[in-house]
Design a binder for this molecule. Sequence first.
Ligand code: NOJ
Length: 699
Amino acid sequence: MPLTDQEIYELLKKLTLEQKIGQLNMVGGSIYTEFKPEEQDELLKRGLIGSMMYANPKINNTLQKRHLNSHDNAIPILFCADVIHGAKTNFPLPLAESCSWDLDLAKRSAEIMALEASALGVRLTFAPMADLAYDARWGRNVEGAGEDPYLASLFTKARVEGFQGPNRENIDQFHVGATIKHFAGYSYVTAGKDYNYSSIDDRTLKTKVFRPYKAGVDAGAVSVMTAFNDIHGIPCVSNEYLLKDVLRKEWGFDGVIVSDYSSIRQNITQHFDANEKEAALSSLKATNDIDMESRIYTEQLPLLINEGLISEDELDEAVFRVLKLKSRLGLFDNPYVEEKREEKDFETEKALNTAYESAAKSLVLLKNNDGLLPLSKNSKVALIGPFANERAVLNGSWTMGYNDHTPTICEVFSAKRHSFAYCKGYEKDKLLTTDVTDAVTKSDVIVACLGHEASLSGEAASLSKIELPPMEQKLFDHLLTYKKPIVVLLLSARPLAIKEITEKANALIMGWALGTKAAEALVDTLYGKNNPSGKLTMTIPRNAGQCPITYNGYQECRPYNPKDYYTANYRDIKEGPLFPFGFGLSYNEYRYGKPTILNQDIRFGDVIKVSLPIENNGEYDGREIVQIYVSKQSNRPLRPRLELVSFEVVNLKSHEKRLITLNIASVNLAYENEDPRGEYKLFIGPNSVDTKELTINII
Ligand code: NOJ
């Protein structure tokens, strides 16, 4: 049972100053490499290791035991890890999984990640990331749920619920605490460069950026991580407006705030604080509770308290929150992990089935000319490219799970006995022309496995060019010379500017980094066992020069008009993205009829009801994601030109026709503290561009 607040205070009172400060110190696994065993024992004995990033049941248990036996007041160590898309079974990276628009699936995936992570001894994950995708150059978009605040909020909530289970006050041994990160606005780093400064106006913060973090907090996340960047010129870790005014006061967050890795120290690098003492002071004053790996709190807080710059009450508040987190996680009842759990909890049948479901629903069909896909069972395939027989690209960055349990595309082709000839395509900077010719001439269709290797997305993986690497482009150009139909499987955790491929390939699948079951889902899709249904949650630009580009910016003052020179566009590329937000095809065509409003007078708070005839005009059963966007016709200040307010997942059998009712909560249409009344246009369709329009009035 979790401790009562009174019991936590009693415990707190027993701790020495040093032991209290130790609770605010989080170390990485480097404790094993940097410190000799006797030094480790010394740290443990003094109670200086409150939490630690490590995921190994045996080692965690041994360390916990050494610690708990080392002194009377020993408080269990909290073990944490970045469980981003799986602890053993690899699920699709979160950006990919958001393309399923399946919230229940995201919750189930997170729950399985929690089961496996907790079997490794982890009790807190640094996920979900609630940063909105903003700039395709930024490598970390892969960890979030795309660019739309409404959808990202729903995903953040689903993931928190999956990680933590139903009761945040009493998180069981098979779940883990969730950390909403990176608060706030980490994705808005200038020019998409990781670790850069940011500049976000207040309105964007409140109406877009904050929303997914708040959804995570409202869903009960027990912890929040501060972002590396600054807001209004103040590094997030020391930002009192963000942490005290917004997070704690306005949103009522009573959990733990943890800094990002070494970010307290970075205050000095950025010339915000002059020295370690100032950095500790500004961070603790802002109520940042845990110092991740700066090792500044342990050195500086004793001095600051001695000098009266921080009161012991302020310190106690932070320590209380950490103890409360440990109690919520059941650490006082059971600080150890049962070491044998791995036998029953790793890669269960349920985990593998869910990973397959997630991979199959998250891939996005971007082009399919003349119904080239699905391939007939008898087609002979030339499987070409650097990623046709490569594993790591399918797992993607932040993989802590098994890499080698993920079959490659070639391996799945073999296992499923599909007829194919394989060739890598090039070595270093030389095309393997003879091998390619050999493979292609034996085949009816080319499946080119192109993309970006895993290390080109994730942390510290910003790119100024987001095209294919030159050798892959050369290979593609060479493949075109055979004049055979080409399907491109694009394996890249991030959106790529692939204008030429989009124009010249006959079919194109965004295959992301889909995890353990990636290849099976992709191959099943090629052969029609899976009918694609994923829709992009991040705009794909034509080139990096368009970045940042999202569907929900403000309307330009002179929207593009090809007949008018003086309108918004770039002179050197076609206007608009390569693929818009919400886009994704299937093997069917879904026909949307005319939507009709069913309500008479709509008052703010009502549910708006729209009926929509929809037909699956194809041979496959399918799953269509009907999207509803809004545009308010007059508002001060401006609002985005289009905003997703609702969506409906509709399962339709082959040739099924149905009249569906869309229920749209009118509260989703308005902004807090702004007059909700007025004229709105609703846009309903299969993506953010091909929509049918309706006008409504909220009275
Ligand atoms: C830095 C990353 O920004 C953060 O997301 C992660 O949780 C920490 N490192 C710990 O690995």
